[in-house]
Design a protein around this ligand. Structure first.
Ligand SMILES: NC(=O)c1ccc[n+]([C@@H]2O[C@H](COP(=O)([O-])OP(=O)(O)OC[C@H]3O[C@@H](n4cnc5c(N)ncnc54)[C@H](OP(=O)(O)O)[C@@H]3O)[C@@H](O)[C@H]2O)c1
Length: 295
């Protein structure tokens, strides 16, 4: 299939394009910025006419919409920017898909929930975002639902990709110059490997079971536990992590305290094959080492 990816130069977008090629599909990579020597077609998703023109030229069978304004603090400081990219941008993508009868897969987030539950959120729970990033991504979901009939909304969380700026990579980099730092202990989620997410998203390409799905790795942990596991599995010793409450973390953004997603719709269909976040982390660390050695 010809699969157009928005945000193809991002952490998830890169793995998506790579995995699409491996699985014999044709990735059509688009992103806002031109990158010299890369095969990425420049496309700003906030221009409805550019999006339609691009889709008419590239003629995709499916669009995976991964482009977004993902800096949560920047979204909080500039809600107009967040709504322009995440809500209007998604609307433009959805409208072009609807006009050309293209199947759309929109990547969304756990931040659509308020985090007040103490058990994992299913697809049937009611969103109630508590920050502008979450609200603008939810507005994107609504645009997709209102405009398209052939769509999947895939909510995910705490992404780690070997080809991007992830929390796990940040911990490893930090250990090169510091021997102690603080990590938030009272926010719980599930670290999700972009490779696993990409493969699961690709398995939706031929599905006619349209609707909303949660796709994350298995298990849950706090940022503090996650950081400890990253350092342990990377074999980094001599670092002391200090747990702190989120209230001591300097940020303009309120974040959900508990936002673990349950892959309930996949479970109900007997299609939940996601591995644990610890198993995924092992492969992430291996991939990262291979990438570092090849540079
Ligand atoms: N990272 C996470 O933990 C996480 C968790 C839950 C859900 N998600 C969702 O997963 C998706 C992928 O996330 P990611 O972490 O891979 O994000 P990322 O690395 O920030 O990639 C997003 C890409 O979109 C591009 N972009 C921004 N504005 C654009 C525009 N107007 N037109 C076209 N492209 C634009 C960005 O370009 P610039 O870098 O040049 O701005 C970037 O290359 C997003 O939809 C995000 O909301 C992410």
């Amino acid at each position: 299939m010809r699969v157009l990816v928005t945000g193809a130069n991002g952490m998830l977008g890169r793995d998506l394009c790579e995995q699409l090629s491996i699985s014999q599909h044709t990735p059509l990579a688009t992103d806002i910025a031109m990158h010299e020597g890369s095969a990425i077609t420049p496309l700003d998703i906030t221009s409805a006419s550019d999006v339609l023109r691009c889709f008419e030229e590239l003629k995709p069978d499916v669009v995976i919409h991964a482009a977004a304004a993902t800096n949560v603090d920047a979204c909080e400081r500039s809600p107009d920017m967040a709504y322009k990219v995440n809500a209007l941008g998604t609307w433009c993508v959805a409208a072009a898909c609807a006009k050309m009868n293209i199947h759309l897969i929109y990547i969304s987030t756990d931040f659509v929930f308020d985090g007040k539950k103490t058990t994992p959120y299913t697809e049937f729970d009611t969103p109630n975002p508590i920050n502008h990033y979450g609200a603008s991504k939810l507005a994107g979901e609504k645009a997709v639902q209102q405009v398209c009939s052939r769509y999947h909304i895939v909510r995910t969380q705490w992404l780690n990709g070997a080809q991007g700026k992830s929390f796990a990579s940040a911990m490893i980099e930090m250990a090169k110059t510091k021997s102690e730092w603080t990590v938030v202990v009272d926010q719980t989620g599930c670290p999700t490997f972009t490779l696993d997410l990409s493969r699961a998203v690709i398995s939706l390409l031929e599905s006619h079971m349209y609707g909303t799905y949660h796709i994350v790795n298995r298990g849950e942990c706090s940022w503090y536990e996650f950081a400890g596991k990253v350092l342990e599995m990377a074999g980094i010793r001599g670092v002391t992590l200090h747990p702190i409450p989120a209230s001591q973390w300097v940020s303009p953004t309120r974040r959900p305290a508990y936002s673990v997603l349950r892959r309930y719709v996949l479970e109900l269909q007997g299609l939940d094959h996601m591995r644990s976040w610890e198993e995924a982390l092992e492969e992430f660390l291996m991939q990262r080492k291979i990438l570092a050695n090849s540079n």
